[in-house]
Design a binder for this molecule. Structure first.
Ligand SMILES: [Fe+2]
Length: 165
């Protein structure tokens, strides 16, 4: 696609996010399986449901823009998930592995926060408030997930990981 205006850049970014959300949906079950702390497992399970909704919400945004919902391979997310997966199969203290899973999940969240923030702003600039609001809704959810993971790490997982022999 030729990027001759901001709208085409927005559509490119949405295609990237559409694929990113799909990749996350596929990767989360492995992370849930590898996690030990029940609080972490349930956070990731909740996030899986949210991610599926976010994937579907993007379809609404595509529809709003009058284009077909289509993904294009998101190499950034592929790399982040690949990095995260390296740790899943490793021999590790369970608490240390939980800490690593949180770190991997937060890298994913930060990618999404950057990408949704940008897409929301482009939609706003283009005067498409409905699309901007949909994107902002997801942006807020990503922020909440990130904060929840930070709390979980700070108060629960990292202190336990720090006392691993
Ligand atoms: Fe997401």
């Amino acid at each position: 696609m030729k990027l001759d205006n901001l709208r085409s850049l927005l559509i490119e970014d949405l295609m990237d996010l559409y694929d990113a959300e799909r990749q996350i949906t596929e990767a989360l079950p492995q992370m849930i399986k590898a996690a030990s702390a029940p609080e972490l497992k349930s956070s990731l399970e909740d996030h899986l449901k949210v991610t599926q909704r976010q994937h579907d919400r993007l379809e609404k945004v595509f529809k709003k823009l009058g284009v077909e919902a289509e993904g294009k391979p998101c190499d950034g997310m592929k790399g982040l998930l690949k990095e995260g997966q390296k740790v899943l199969g490793k021999q590790a203290d369970p608490d240390v592995k939980d800490a690593a899973i949180i770190a991997a999940a937060q890298k994913v969240e930060h990618y999404e926060i950057a990408a949704y923030g940008t897409a929301r702003t482009y939609a706003k600039m283009l005067g498409d408030m409905e699309a901007a609001l949909l994107l902002e809704q997801t942006l807020d959810e990503e922020g909440q997930t990130d904060q929840r993971l930070t709390k979980l790490a700070e108060y629960h997982v990292n202190p336990k990981a720090a006392s691993a022999a």
